[in-house]
Design a protein around this ligand. Sequence first.
Ligand SMILES: [Zn+2]
Length: 257
Amino acid sequence: MKRGLFKTGAVVLNSFDYGESDRILTFYTLSFGKLRGIAKGARRSKKRFVGNLDPMSRLDLVFFHSDKSELVRVEEVKLADAFPGLKADIDSLSVGCYLLELTSEMTREGQVMPQVYTLLTGFLKAIEEGADPVAFTRFFEIRLLSMLGYLPHLDACVVCRKTDNDTQKRFSSERGGIVCRPCSIGSAGLIPVSSATAGMLAMSAKLDIDKLRRLKPNAAFMEEGERLLYDFIKFQIGKELKTKRFLEKMRKAEARA
Ligand SMILES: [Zn+2]
């Protein structure tokens, strides 16, 4: 990126206070991929950035980039969408936060992928408009993995490339896909997955939001898909996601209530 002033669409992935009055933010932007920036005086000058730097907000962002700093300087923001419907409901809000953290952890600065921006904003909007947050979390995970080149091998065996007729299959995050019975001997950490779930995951990786809305995944897909994808994601990024732990805590609390 050259030195200068730039404008782009952006979603706030996260932000934290810095020093006396500044705020450091991570954005996913349409034209520049993931960006980290500083909003000087964000907490002092209420009128300049008021309410517009909250995580999940979609903005028209104007920033200044110089070669001297790793952080761009946030000059001006205009709120394009605050997703109020998402934030009004604790379930969809926590799912939204998970999508933000996942995007932040899976992408790296300097990698420009407008399709990731479109995916994230499209999914936030779809969940706000009533798409099933649990199913759409699975669809987001598989679509994002696919875009970033990490789509696991879900049809044939990832080792020997043969297909079998087993209705119950085994998935290996380490190998990056389904492993057939003979190839799985001696492997640890295999995740059971039905061929129906594996098939639906493979299909949903290729579908756009309108087509995904029409899918009616069953309870087995939700459960198996979550276990498989999260194990694979954890393997890829090498750590747990904070928002995932929160989602699990909430679910346990709901089950008790
Ligand atoms: Zn095999």
